[in-house]
Design a protein around this ligand. Structure first.
Ligand code: BTN
Length: 334
């Protein structure tokens, strides 16, 4: 993205037509520079109409991130933390991981208008669009060591379900370890990165991506079934409100998790699990798979499977879970 692109998009964000001449005069550049800066906006997930004699118009107005709006909905939870909004960054997780040190401020939240290299679990890319996604990360410090944080990604999932419920959306589902789904389609994901040692203290970067309104071009880049909040809500969803409410719930569950661990969240997580009592295949980093029936999660967030060779438990890490049929069958290939 060129340096001029975002300033132009901000001028266009009302969704009205703006002439190239006026945009150029406002920004003190040539009309050709305006045209050039808007050439590849498809890659940002933004559609611009250009009409001779009228100028440029955004297909959908953009709701930019506003600290006051976010804080209003986050309430007291953000009072003792830092909120940083950045326009463009490779990845909010990478940004926070680079700043993790003993002296770093905690808690801290970084939210980006757009990520150029968003990361998902297991080395996958995370795709979003300008104004059509929420991409943010929270830096949180635990006195506990990384060994005690195994249920962390699951409790963040619980926080997201609670936030969506408060926003009026029901029937949200979770997929182990930390996907947010609606009707088995992905609405959001969580990427947790840890910094510290087994005994503690430890710093964690909790990255969350939520689909708000994805364009077809962004959906095409994603290799799984996805859904966005706007289509669930059948209308406009205020991004700043979603972020504020989500942060409030995330901060709340982190505080509780720090004191009591995963156990208080276990039942709530299981109730939301899309694949509870379903047959799934667990795939290890070496490619081997174990098939079994999901029986729940343990008190540290490991998924419990009934397999042909007995009960097996899997911690999160680099393990992935894929649904088999909806009919309960057992056949162990592990
Ligand atoms: C997944 O489902 O694979 C996890 C996706 C996590 C995406 C978020 S977006 C904000 C933060 N920054 C990143 O690069 N990734 C996380």
């Amino acid at each position: 993205m060129l340096p001029l692109t975002l300033p132009i998009l901000r001028l266009l964000s009302d969704g009205e037509f703006h002439s190239g001449a006026l945009l150029a005069a406002t920004l003190g550049v040539s009309r050709a520079s305006i045209c050039h800066a808007l050439r590849d906006t498809d890659l940002l997930g933004v559609t611009i109409y250009k009409v001779r004699g009228r100028g440029y118009r955004l297909s959908t107005p953009i709701e930019w991130l506003k600290p006051d709006e976010i804080k209003k909905h986050a309430g007291r939870s953000l009072l003792n933390s830092t909120l940083q909004i950045v326009d463009v960054v490779e990845s909010t997780n990478s940004l926070l991981m680079q700043t993790v040190s003993d002296s770093a401020e905690f808690p801290k939240c970084v939210v980006a208008e757009i990520q150029t290299r968003g990361r998902g679990r297991r080395g996958r890319a995370w795709h979003g669009s300008l104004g059509g996604s929420l991409t943010f990360s929270v830096l949180w410090r635990f006195n506990a060591g990384v060994a005690q944080l195994s249920g962390l990604s699951l409790v963040v999932g619980v926080a997201l379900v609670r936030a969506m419920t408060e926003l009026g959306l029901s029937n949200l589902q979770l997929k182990w370890p930390n996907d947010l789904l609606y009707d088995f389609q992905k609405l959001g994901g969580v990427l947790i990165e840890l910094h510290g040692d087994a005994l503690g203290p430890s710093a964690t970067v909790i990255g969350v991506g939520l689909n708000i309104q994805l364009t077809e071009s962004v959906k095409h880049q994603i290799d799984q079934a996805v859904i966005d909040l706007n289509s669930l809500n059948a209308g406009f969803v205020a991004r700043n409100k979603v972020l504020g409410v989500a942060l409030r719930h995330i901060f709340e569950v982190l505080t509780e998790f720090e004191k009591y661990g995963f156990e208080p969240f276990r039942q709530e997580w299981q109730t939301a699990h899309a694949y509870h009592d379903k047959t799934v295949a667990m795939r290890m980093p070496d490619g081997s798979e174990t098939i079994g029936l999901v029986r729940g999660v343990s008190n540290v967030g490991a998924i419990v499977l009934e397999t042909a060779s007995g009960e097996r438990r899997f911690g999160s890490g680099e393990i992935s879970m894929r649904p088999m049929s909806l009919a309960p069958t057992l056949k162990n290939r592990g």
